[in-house]
Design a protein around this ligand. Structure first.
Ligand SMILES: O=C(O)CCC(=O)C(=O)O
Ligand SMILES: [Fe+2]
Length: 205
């Protein structure tokens, strides 16, 4: 059984139920201002199974022609992304070990049949800062590998309120979501799972 690279941390049960509920409320407000949209793969234009939006100064977007990138506006509305909720800035301050605030929070909404293939988070220029991920709603099977796509992987369950920090040697590890476990949480009335990833994008001076 392979181990996790140094700098990859799973913090189970980090957010209690009250903090999870407050965060869901804050994310509902984000989605009301910046609607979820269906991202597509660069080149092929194949739709992904998750729906996405962002908050913070920058948002991660993708389309057929221009591919993966960060931009300050929502691709459909053209408006700036909503502010990052204070709860997320607090989480970042408490776990990132990084002295600058996150610039982007990608909001992924998974219906119970959505997934995310194995990938690296490498569209950021600042690779010193970790990626901090927050899970809400139904649990999922999360898969983590090494720095090469073919490295062995291990998988574990992420439940509502769990955090994952991808930092240090593990900042560029391959990872993905194999499946959602339906009806494993009562947090989201209509089921599914929300994942929030906080990222630093630009290099720090
Ligand atoms: O949903 C997750 O737990 C992971 C999301 C992810 O890897 C990403 O958005 O880059
Ligand atoms: Fe990722």
């Amino acid at each position: 059984m392979p181990g996790l690279l140094n700098g990859i941390r799973h913090l189970p049960g980090y957010l209690d139920r009250a903090r999870q509920e407050a965060l869901v409320e804050a994310i509902r407000a984000v989605v009301a201002e910046a609607p979820l949209y269906v991202p597509v793969m660069p080149g092929t234009g194949k739709p992904m199974s998750v729906r996405m939006t962002n908050c913070g100064p920058l948002g991660w977007v993708t389309d057929k022609e221009r591919g993966y990138r960060y931009q300050p506006t929502h691709p459909a509305t053209g408006r700036p992304w909503p502010d990052m909720p204070q709860q997320l800035l607090d989480i970042w301050n408490d776990v990132s070990g990084y002295d600058k605030p996150p610039e982007a929070c990608l909001v992924n909404f998974y219906s119970d049949d959505a997934r995310m293939g194995l990938h690296q988070d490498k569209d950021e220029q600042d690779l010193q800062a970790p990626v901090v991920s927050v899970s809400l709603g139904n649990s999922c099977l999360f898969r983590v590998g090494g720095l090469n796509r073919n490295d062995s992987t291990l998988s574990f369950k992420l439940s509502s309120g769990d955090l994952v920090v991808l930092g240090g040697e593990g900042r560029l590890c391959f990872h993905g979501v194999d499946r959602i476990h339906p009806a494993t949480s009562t947090l989201l009335k209509n089921g599914g799972r929300i994942n929030l990833t906080l990222r630093r994008v630009n290099p720090s001076a």
